[in-house]
Design a protein. Structure first.
Length: 99
């Protein structure tokens, strides 16, 4: 195997890793999970005065649980249907000819 071919395979592996890392589902899911945890904790520790302001509905708790569910949905979706980077053959077929 030539050095050139090894370099190409190494770059393809890095490209696949970058495609998975920067998938929008990862970012959205991660942010919703983090904010969902924060808002859920705020809902669990809500005082009686806070509940009275919201007509005895613990809106922070319900919103936090909803955000957690949505974030976990995105992360599970990412796990079940991972991003597949395009192969070099697909890239060359999609590129218009120069000239």
């Amino acid at each position: 195997m030539s050095d050139y071919q090894k370099d190409v395979e190494e770059l393809e592996a890095k490209s696949a890793t970058a495609a998975r890392l920067f998938d929008i589902r990862t970012i959205i899911g991660g942010l919703f999970v983090v904010y969902g945890i924060i808002v859920t904790i705020a809902g669990i520790t809500a005082s009686d005065a806070d509940l009275k302001k919201a007509q005895d509905i613990n809106i922070n708790l319900w919103t936090g649980l909803g955000m957690l569910a949505l974030g976990l949905f995105f992360l599970v979706w990412l796990k079940l249907r991972p991003t597949v980077p395009p192969t070099p053959a697909q890239n060359s077929a999609e590129d218009p000819p120069a000239g």
